[in-house]
Design a protein. Structure first.
Length: 61
C-alpha cells in the first residue's frame, strides 16, 4: 500500500495559516518543531486524514 502524504501537506498548511491568523508568526520563518504549530497540525491532521495517510512531517518540510 502506497503512503499518501496529502493529509500531511494540507494539515501543515492549515496549521501555518492559523498561526498567521492569530498573530503567532512574528517573522518570515516557520519553526517546524514549535509546540503550537505541532498541536495545530495534529488537530487538523486527525480531522482530515484518510486511510493510508502518513503522519510524517519531515517528509515535505
Amino acid at each position: 500500500m502506497a503512503k499518501n502524504y496529502a493529509g500531511t501537506v494540507i494539515g501543515m498548511l492549515l496549521a501555518v495559516l492559523e498561526l498567521a491568523e492569530v498573530g503567532l508568526l512574528l517573522d518570515n520563518r516557520i519553526y517546524y518543531y514549535n509546540q503550537q504549530l505541532l498541536e495545530r497540525f495534529r488537530s487538523f491532521f486527525q480531522a482530515i486524514r484518510q486511510p493510508g495517510d502518513s503522519y510524517k512531517i519531515e517528509i515535505y518540510f
